[in-house]
Ligand binder design. Structure first.
Ligand SMILES: Nc1ncnc2c1ncn2[C@@H]1O[C@H](COP(=O)(O)OP(=O)(O)OP(=O)(O)O)[C@@H](O)[C@H]1O
Length: 303
């Protein structure tokens, strides 16, 4: 069984099922990316796992216990988002001191080195930080805690490009030194991809897929070529996405079940084959309308 294990988990807010009948596992010592469109249910799932909110139905076990109100779960996990709550009059040094008291694996040296690297003055109040600085500080706290279950919910909100890349690098280095179970939710899959071992895609409160990154990279293939030729192919294959890319030219994305012989024959007929990144794949499979935003501008179509 995983560090986190759910079966038929549901969380409802009045009539809205934020999480619906969701069965998922997160294994010990792995970094998983939790991906999904806005409102898919990522934060709700992460808060359920951290024991911050109560499930409506189904089973959820974290570190062997039901997480809601569990002392074991709160002492062995940390949930980091952009609102990590600190008392308003706490300076950076006070926050670090309190975390060192609560979390047995607290790495004070790492916290000191990272605050100094990111120019965070220990005498300042986190309350007065800019958005990006606040996220950076929260991320430092999340890393230095070394909690067996570390959860980052959109940790890079407001961070600039350079800080985001430093954070990813710090996360990877620290994870290699102190392997633990890490779950990161993010909309920036392209940036995170190299860090992750697995990706779980949540859609409408349900698990769409949970796959290793290498298998996702081979999940689909993109074909660009003449519309008539590609139309004949779409009859026999599972098409995940298609769009017009010019006069009688189309780009389609198929589940990659083509044999090498079929691929060679397509290339001979002038079709260009290209890989589909996990980030694009997630967008394609969760697109509500077939043509996406293009359909909004297609005024010949009735709504
Ligand atoms: N406290 C709440 N009360 C009522 N509805 C809520 C509450 N929290 C979340 N929801 C609803 O649950 C659904 C899932 O929200 P959630 O915040 O988990 O999505 P998300 O995947 O984290 O989205 P985003 O990527 O935009 O942060 C949404 O429809 C949201 O409106």
């Amino acid at each position: 069984m995983g560090v986190v294990s759910s079966r038929h988990l549901t969380k409802s807010y009045r009539n809205n099922h934020a999480i619906k009948d969701l069965t998922i596992q997160f294994q010990e010592g792995s970094i998983t990316g939790l991906i999904g469109r806005n409102g898919a249910g990522k934060t709700t799932l992460l808060k359920l796992i951290a024991g911050l909110i109560k499930k409506t139905d189904g089973e959820l076990t974290v570190l062997g216990e039901e997480p809601f109100n569990s002392l074991k779960v709160s002492a062995n996990s940390i949930f980091v988002d952009d609102q990590l709550p600190f008392p308003q009059d706490f300076k950076v040094k006070d926050v670090l001191r309190e975390f060192s008291r609560f979390y047995p694996n607290w790495d004070g040296e790492l916290a000191d080195r990272l605050t100094s690297y990111f120019s965070i003055d220990k005498e300042t109040l986190p309350l007065h930080f800019s958005k990006g600085k606040r996220s950076t500080f929260n991320a430092i706290v999340g890393l230095a805690t070394h909690a067996p279950l570390t959860i980052f919910d959109e940790p890079t909100t407001g961070m600039d490009y350079s800080v985001r890349h430093d954070f990813y690098r710090a996360l990877l280095k620290d994870y290699m030194e102190y392997p633990r179970t890490i779950i990161v939710s993010s909309h920036l899959l392209n940036e995170l991809e190299d860090l992750l071992e697995e990706i779980a895609l949540i859609h409408d409160g349900k698990l769409y897929f949970q796959e290793t990154v290498p298998s996702l990279k081979e999940y689909a293939v993109g074909l660009t070529g003449s519309t008539s030729l590609l139309n004949s192919i779409t009859q026999e294959h599972d098409v995940l996405y298609s769009k017009d890319v010019g006069m009688n030219q189309q780009y389609i994305v198929l589940k990659d079940r083509l044999t090498e012989t079929e691929k060679d024959s397509l290339r001979r007929e002038g079709v260009k084959l290209s890989p589909v990144s996990p980030a694009d794949l997630c967008v394609y499979v969760t697109n509500k309308a077939e043509g996406g935003i293009d359909d909004v501008f297609n005024r010949s179509e009735t709504i």
